[in-house]
Design a protein. Structure first.
Length: 459
């Protein structure tokens, strides 16, 4: 039988950060990780030719308001790639018509439509800023879906389609599946709708890392004492019946006794663990209510940045798919020219049902249309690299962050998942106040959970 002060479940950024702080305080700690690697939903893969890295999971940070993760980037000597915002963006409307517009401006719809899209955008920005990031409280907003919220404010069809791109691109969700309060609070966690969606300085998608974002997890894990991390060790049961400060954590073939446990698992993955006693009704209700939408990235590797040569920055949005959003994720230093396509929501699920060759061809067709490159896109194409998190058991069958339907957040309270229970503490990016769903949120949540544990055990 092994005894430690703290068991941390999950070796993603939240778990590794929590373990780092716990061990620094002088407490003993073990991390149990189900996968055969560290990083969680940060997973960087070398391209087959060994020249260049792609991120199958989280891929962006910034150096303004994501201080924790930017600090890790500096600590582990990350080489930054600034997101390209020079040139035009492309948009595909509901009829398939394509037009372009400068980055930072609204698409060139007719004047009345542009005015309405701007009104809806500014309304969402203003409403989200009124919410408390840790404990949002607005029963009216929580009683309606984000789609109903937009319709109740008189959104035109184009404004509604624009809002649909937001929920798809940010959560993989359709706007009728997510509470208006939850979505607006999610926006507020990243500083607001505009900041969270921005590719410029201070925005959610400003900086990439040439070595890949798994650099942070590998760096953190390398700094922990040898033997701290136990890979391929999925937790099956947690028994907190033996008295205060005595928790049994079970894997398939091992049991560890701990004084405290920090779980960093996404809520859907918590369903795989047997808790004794069972989690309180508030936490159980939250876990049962959360869902992932469909959300997959496909990195399309090309011989040249033909979109840049045609005056585009690489950012696109589409009301019909297959990709809802595309971003340029090239690595100039590696001579790698990549467009990352985000398949999400209903169009994403339709794409996922295609064969591998059909998936590839559907994206090439859309890319060719968006950038006016139908005549060269096939010849320029090298390969598609993707990973479907919806098939990943240990992420909870999805990414990037769970969402809640109507009526849950206002009933249970924003802190119901985050608050400790008995000797269990809860971290992970979905428990974060700031930058929920992002790496920054994961790191901050790990810091918070570690501080709770240290205070409880050391006073």
């Amino acid at each position: 039988m092994e005894n430690v002060d703290v068991v941390v479940i999950g070796a993603g950024l939240a778990g590794l950060t929590a373990a780092r702080d716990i061990i620094r305080s002088g407490l003993s700690c073990v991390i149990l990780e189900a996968r055969d690697r560290v990083g969680g939903k940060t997973w960087s893969q070398e391209l087959p030719d060994g020249k260049g890295t792609v991120d199958l999971g989280a891929a962006w940070i910034n150096d303004v308001n994501q201080t924790r993760v930017y600090g890790l980037a500096k600590q582990y000597n990350a080489e930054f790639i600034e997101q390209n915002t020079t040139g035009n963006c492309a948009i595909q409307d509901g009829s398939g018509k394509i037009s372009s517009f400068p980055y930072g401006e609204l698409p060139r719809f007719d004047a009345a439509t542009v005015q309405d899209v701007a009104r809806i955008r500014d309304m969402c920005e203003a409403d989200c800023q009124l919410l408390d990031v840790f404990d949002p409280n607005d029963k009216d907003l929580d009683s309606i879906s984000f789609e109903e919220y937009l319709k109740s404010r008189g959104a035109t069809a184009t404004a509604l389609s624009t809002g649909t791109v937001w929920t798809r691109a940010m959560l993989g969700q359709e706007p009728n599946h997510v509470s208006a309060l939850y979505f607006l609070n999610y926006c507020k966690s990243g500083g607001g709708l505009l900041q969270m969606r921005s590719d410029r300085k201070g925005g959610g998608q400003h900086l990439r890392v040439r070595q890949g974002m798994q650099l942070f997890s590998k760096g953190l894990s390398g700094d922990l004492p040898e033997g701290t991390i136990r890979l391929s060790s999925p937790v099956t049961a947690i028994n907190n019946n033996t008295g205060a400060g005595a928790v049994e954590v079970h894997t398939k073939d091992h049991t560890i006794h701990a004084r405290k446990v920090v779980t960093t698992l996404p809520t859907p993955a918590l369903k795989n663990i047997s808790f004794s006693p069972d989690l309180p009704s508030g936490k159980r209700s939250w876990i049962e209510a959360t869902t992932y939408g469909y959300y997959t990235k496909a990195m399309m590797v090309f011989k040249s940045p033909f979109w840049v040569e045609k005056g585009f920055c690489g950012l696109t949005q589409s009301f019909i798919g297959p990709s809802s959003v595309i971003r340029d994720t090239s690595s100039p230093a590696d001579n790698k020219h990549i467009l990352t396509c985000f398949m999400s929501g209903i169009p994403g699920r339709a794409w996922s049902a295609l064969s591998d060759s059909e998936r590839e061809q559907s994206l090439l067709k859309q890319i060719g249309q968006l950038f006016g490159a139908e005549d060269i896109v096939d010849k320029e194409f090298i390969q598609l690299v993707t990973y479907e998190w919806i098939n990943d058991e240990y992420s909870g069958w999805g990414c990037p962050c769970t969402a809640l339907p109507t009526g849950v957040l206002s009933k249970l309270g924003g802190g119901s998942l985050r608050v400790p229970w008995l000797d269990l503490h809860f971290a992970g990016t979905e428990t974060a106040g700031e930058w929920k769903g992002y790496m920054e949120g994961a790191v901050r949540s790990g810091e918070r959970a570690a501080a709770e544990v240290i205070k409880a055990l050391q006073g």
